[in-house]
Each structure stands twice: as structure tokens, then as C-alpha cells.
Design a protein around this ligand. Structure first.
Ligand SMILES: [Zn+2]
Ligand SMILES: [Zn+2]
Length: 110
């Protein structure tokens, strides 16, 4: 998995910037406090692209849901005794159950 460009660790509350870089919320918050310009922008810590500071601050940037899901999945798989996420369990269920689910989806969405 990718590492955070600000702390070089795994992401904590990953925030997705408009330039598509991702970094930890707290690190980004500190960074923006230090580097925000009077004009209301700050340079992206990765490539230096000028980005607007959102109204309400860094917390208003989108969460990187993709990384969050990945982390949740990794934690689940790494847990002792292995909690297997429901989606994985689904694959192990008898084919008939999946078929019923599929037919239900078709019924609902078509
Ligand atoms: Zn970080
Ligand atoms: Zn960037």
C-alpha cells in the first residue's frame, strides 16, 4: 500500500486533495497552518500545485474512501482468528445462494 508523503507512515484519516494526492488529516492540517498564503491557497506538499484551503479547513477535503476500505480490509484479514469480511464469505457460500442474490439484483435494478 502507498505511504503518506508527509509522515511516510500508513495513512491516518486519509484526505484526498483536489490534485489527487492523499495524506494524513493531522499532518496535512499542520502543514496547511504553516504554509497557507494570505490569498487562501497552499502549495501541495507533493508537487507544489497551489490548492485552495476549503471553507472550514482541511477537514472539508474529501476522505480517501478507497484507502479507508483497503485499511479496514487489511485489519480484518490480519486480525487473529481472522474475521473474514462478509463479501469474502459470500464467495464461499453455496452457488445457489449467490444465484438467488443475483436474481434479486436483476429483479430490483432492471
Ligand atoms: Zn501521514
Ligand atoms: Zn498534490
Amino acid at each position: 500500500m502507498d505511504r503518506c508523503p508527509l509522515c511516510f507512515g500508513t495513512f491516518q484519516k486519509p484526505k484526498l486533495l483536489p490534485c489527487l494526492d492523499t495524506m494524513c488529516f493531522t499532518r496535512l492540517d499542520e502543514y496547511v497552518l504553516k504554509h497557507a498564503r494570505a490569498s487562501g491557497t497552499f502549495p501541495c506538499p507533493v508537487w507544489g500545485l497551489e490548492l485552495p484551503v476549503p471553507d472550514g479547513g482541511v477537514s472539508k477535503f474529501d476522505d480517501n474512501q478507497h484507502i479507508k476500505v483497503e485499511q479496514t480490509l487489511e485489519r480484518a484479514l490480519a486480525a487473529p482468528g481472522g474475521h473474514v469480511p462478509c463479501e469474502t464469505r459470500m464467495r464461499e457460500r453455496p452457488f445457489g445462494v449467490l444465484l438467488k442474490k443475483l436474481l434479486l439484483y436483476i429483479f430490483i435494478y432492471l
